[in-house]
Design a binder for this molecule. Sequence first.
Ligand code: CO8
Length: 300
Amino acid sequence: VCPPGVLPLCCRPPAWDRATRPPPSPLQPPGLLLAPCRSFSNNRIQVELDESSGIAMMKFKSPPVNSLSLEFLTEFSISLEKLENNRACRGVIITSAVPKIFSSGLDITEMCGKSMEHYTEFWRAVQEMWLRLYGSSMVTVAAVNGSSPAGGCLVALSCDYRIMAENPKFSIGLNEAQLGIVAPFWFKDTFVNVVGHRIAERSLQLGSLHPAPEAHKLGLVDELVPEEKLMEKASAVMAQWLALPDHARQLTKTMMRKAVLDRLVAHREEDIKNFITFVSKDSIQKSLRMYMEMLKKRKS
Ligand code: CO8
């Protein structure tokens, strides 16, 4: 079963046939053999698609911390949909244009003192983003060039491969417990599928944020590279993944991820209700407000 608007992975035609490109003209000077590049930039996310390689670069550019607000999540899902529907696009590298921060996770202000309608809309947007990214038929590589707590970590975990800048000041993890909140089952499932049950269980209960070297040791990220080599490495990894026929890779990805995706699809409305009930509690509102105050105090 596929959620409305989300492409079943197996429905896309093999990309080998998708991007048929004419050979370069012999009259074209070698230096001008530049790839046709399509870019669309929204307010918070910039996307550039190199049609000759089939690789899109998606950069989060929502300072100060790329928090996943309703607007951000909506743009994110729309950008993914546009790329998914573009036959020339086979893979996307996700990174940040904000120094030192990949994404600070869900925008906490969206979960504080808002109406039921707002919580519903917000949570649906979080679900939609994850369904699109985790269920994407494209190759997805996260180039994690900064801190990546909670929802930011979920974005990285939902990709096929994670490369992180080897800076111990950058940390990544599902730290919800530290905020007095609980990561939903599909955050947990995504985490377990990457690091295994034991590491996920300990890390989730403690709300751990793992410095990059530790995250690598745990398998939360696949590779660490010096920051200046991050994009080069991400492109090399992407090329390696794109060297295979898309249909075989896509069917394999579906086989690995379908059960987890289907579980949310089957329980989507119930999951929204649970979120609203949970987030509306006075005790949870208090925890979130205190956490925001702590962030501000830490700053001053
Ligand atoms: N949401 C909203 N505002 C944020 C967030 C956020 N997630 N993170 C930071 N901000 C704000 C800060 O309050 C600050 O605002 P102001 O300038 O008005 O004081 C501004 O962004 C800049 O923040 P910092 O000064 O802290 O910036 P630093 O560069 O020093 O640090 C960090 C950046 C490391 C990202 C740091 O801000 C941080 O740790 N932020 C909190 C991250 C976090 O814990 N996110 C968890 C969100 S919850 C989630 O994603 C999943 C919830 C799912 C379960 C829901 C069930 C209820």
